[in-house]
Design a protein around this ligand. Structure first.
Ligand code: ADP
Length: 181
């Protein structure tokens, strides 16, 4: 299992697709899964840029992961996003359910990605929702990077301010090294 992490607009979706196609990985995009299933108040919260409840997210990812054949290598974009979510995942790893290989962190500043988000015009890409996602990221997800390292999960930082192609090459390089070792 490989985790893809990064601020909104850092290119997780685009890069995740490219990597999954190139290496035959099963791609799970948490945002896409939620946009498909979540309704009502939760959907409003999501579109406003807030995070959904850990318990709910965990129940959903648990089901999605159960539907994937054991042998299939999985690439997850957008999970875990909080320490409790990561704790759940590590518990699964410790119980032998999955093997966690690495977390790939697409590193970019808010300034660098803001324009990308505003020009893609997804329904939650309004100035307000973008700001909310940035602050949720700083509050809940950023501390996770150090937390994962502290729990012996390798976190690889990739400069996501480069062009799409350069970022893809960097990621591919790291994945190749991973497969060699
Ligand atoms: P982005 O990376 O641009 O913020 P995503 O498509 O990954 O967009 O996620 C969209 C929204 O889905 C988030 O703003 C959040 O509301 C919700 N979401 C996605 N993953 C999680 C998660 N692991 N925990 C809680 N909420 C999540």
């Amino acid at each position: 299992m490989i985790l893809l992490m990064g601020i909104a607009g850092s290119g997780k979706g685009t890069q995740g697709k490219m990597l999954a196609d190139k290496y035959g990985l099963h791609l799970i995009s948490m945002g896409d899964v939620l946009r498909m299933y979540v309704t009502g108040k939760q959907r409003e919260r999501m579109l406003a840029g807030g995070l959904l409840d850990d318990a709910e997210i965990i129940a959903i990812i648990d089901k999605v992961l159960s539907s994937i054949p054991d042998k299939q290598e999985v690439l997850i974009d957008g999970f875990p996003r909080t320490i409790p979510q990561a704790q759940w995942l590590l518990d699964q790893v410790e119980n032998g359910r999955f093997q966690l290989d690495v977390a790939l962190h697409l590193k970019a500043s808010q300034d660098a990605v803001k324009q990308r988000l505003l020009s893609r015009a997804r329904i939650d890409d309004t100035e307000e929702a973008i700001e909310a996602r940035f602050s949720e990221y700083d509050r809940s997800t950023k501390p996770l990077l150090a937390w994962l390292s502290d729990h012996n999960i390798e976190v690889i930082n990739i400069d996501a301010e480069h062009s799409e192609e350069e970022v893809n090459n960097d990621l591919a390089q790291h994945l190749q090294n991973l497969h060699k070792s």
